[in-house]
Design a protein around this ligand. Structure first.
Ligand SMILES: Cc1cc2nc3c(=O)[nH]c(=O)nc-3n(C[C@H](O)[C@H](O)[C@H](O)COP(=O)(O)OP(=O)(O)OC[C@H]3O[C@@H](n4cnc5c(N)ncnc54)[C@H](O)[C@@H]3O)c2cc1C
Length: 469
């Protein structure tokens, strides 16, 4: 069995197949595992995440994967999400004592950055989602409307859109509301906030992302397999409708009984022979999937400037500030920046406006916002800073994008696909990537006549929602 790509999709497929008794050989082009959800050492010596990655309680497959590879306890879950607006008004989300869906009511009612009219309009839309169990009537199969359109149909106030729906969804789906398929947008609220008490809990790795994947090597090696780094695959040999080998530099070729291709969709399209791409619309259509950018800004201060582990900002370019020093220290007593100082990481999803800006312009803009939001940062010295722009961070979840996402099983014999861009029902997330890997592993085993299930069920509805589901 060969897996190409050591991101979460390839790793999930590889670990699952190894557990099913297959000898897995995984080839990754970079010197480390994790793909987009990884970390590395910068030229300035700092070990940074490619970008802060967070998970949620509803991401059941990612949690299962972390458990399989032995790093689940390195994810710290938080019950309280803090939001802050430029006027210094705070709001928080935290489950109260009431059962779902009322668990969030107390936080919602006391949320100061929203007016009464905003809250009333949000409550109406939430009720619609709730009564239709996450599938409102205008979002049935074939409907291709944007989240913004869906919200306008429900007469949402400007405040509700800008300070609630947009804040949650741009971060969760890395796209603007007018470009998000409403089914994805609605699903976020159903799975995280409405259907159960724990789906909204936010999980943050307490170690560098790349260190989460150490157990993957062991899981694959235990069954006689191997993980080869710095091994870029250059082509696929497809003959008589079957994938018969993968090609490396220097004409080297490796063969296997089955192959899981877990590289980003643009790279997969480049690896495919032209004639195969032309004759299979499912492959040529991949070019319809568009990319969306995320920008991470890393700031090192000479002193402590925030005490919260993380905060969401409203009405600013900066969307999240993560207190990396505190997040790392909580797990292993290690700091993340200059001694006595503090390392913050800022995240800006759907950062189209920043793509053309210089690194210094982005740092200046974000620093101004951080100093506005965190009074202690106003006198602090910025010791160093770096910006990581990911122009193709995720595929854009635009209305109708699902029709371009291929299944894991393909019509080319022996060739299976994994990746957050394949058909998982989820947007481009770590959860979506792991789902795709598990689905690919299931497809391999089905084709080999030894079906096995890896995909984990969603969190079941609980509280009052569970009673009426
Ligand atoms: C900046 C940023 C922030 C994000 N934040 C979050 C978040 O907070 N929460 C969340 O859930 N998701 C987040 N995501 C999305 C998440 O990272 C991805 O959805 C997920 O990691 C995709 O995994 P994958 O395995 O499908 O693809 P990838 O991670 O892209 O893995 C593909 C792998 O294939 C390798 N490869 C490519 N070509 C070849 C080749 N020719 N030969 C061999 N190997 C090859 C690559 O090096 C890579 O390791 C974020 C993404 C980015 C970029």
């Amino acid at each position: 069995m060969i897996v190409i790509g050591g991101g979460l999709a390839g790793l999930a497929a590889g670990v699952a197949l190894a557990e099913a008794g297959w000898r897995v050989r995984l080839f990754e082009q970079r010197p480390f595992l994790g793909g987009r959800a990884t970390s590395y050492v910068l030229p300035n010596g700092e070990h940074v995440d490619n970008c802060q990655h967070v998970t949620f309680g509803c991401c059941t497959n990612l949690e299962d994967f972390y458990r399989r590879v032995g790093c689940a306890e390195k994810i710290k879950f938080f019950d309280r999400l803090l939001l802050l607006d430029p006027q210094g008004r705070t709001g928080h989300f935290q489950a109260g004592f009431l059962p779902a869906p009322l668990h969030i009511l107390g936080s919602f009612l006391s949320f100061r950055p929203l007016s009464f009219a905003d809250k009333f309009s949000i409550a109406r839309a939430m009720l619609d989602i709730l009564l239709h169990k996450g599938k409102p009537s205008d979002l049935q199969e074939g409907a291709e409307i944007s989240m913004l359109e869906w919200l306008k149909r429900r007469r949402q106030t400007k405040g509700a859109i800008d300070r609630f729906w947009r804040v949650v969804l741009v971060s969760a789906l890395s796209e603007e509301l007018d470009n998000i398929d409403a089914r994805y947008g609605v699903d976020v609220f159903w799975k995280t906030v409405l259907s159960n008490r724990t789906g909204y809990r936010m999980g943050i790795p307490a170690i560098h992302l790349a260190d989460l994947y150490e157990g993957c090597h062991a899981a694959i090696k235990r069954k006689g397999g191997e993980v080869t780094l710095r091994a870029p695959v250059r082509g696929l040999r497809i003959e008589n409708g079957a994938l018969t080998g993968i090609l490396f530099d220097g004409g080297r070729e490796e063969t296997a009984d089955a192959y899981v291709i877990a590289v980003p969709h643009g790279i997969f399209a480049e690896l495919l022979p032209e004639d195969v791409k032309r004759s299979h619309s499912v492959f040529s259509n991949l070019s319809n999937l568009k990319d969306s950018p995320i920008t991470g800004v890393h700031l090192w201060f000479d002193r402590v400037v925030m005490t919260e582990p993380f905060v969401t900002l409203l009405d600013t370019t900066t969307q999240w500030i993560f207190n990396k020093t505190a997040l790392y220290a909580a797990a292993n007593g290690a700091g993340g920046g200059a001694s006595g100082g503090q390392y913050l990481q800022l995240v800006i999803s759907a950062s189209y406006d920043l793509l053309q800006k210089s690194r210094q312009e982005i740092i200046d803009l974000c620093l101004k916002e951080v100093r506005q939001a965190l009074p202690a940062a106003r006198d602090a010295q910025l010791v160093k800073a770096t910006v990581i722009k990911e122009a193709a961070a995720t595929f854009s979840p635009e209305p109708g994008c699902d029709r371009w996402r291929p299944r894991q099983e393909t019509s080319v014999r022996g060739m299976f696909l994994a990746g957050d861009w394949t058909d998982t029902g989820w947007p481009a997330t770590m959860e979506g990537a792991v789902r795709s890997g598990y689905l690919a592993a299931e497809a391999v085993l089905r084709a080999a006549g030894s079906a096995q299930r890896f995909l984990q069920p969603d969190l079941p509805p609980d509280g009052l929602v569970g009673l009426f589901s």
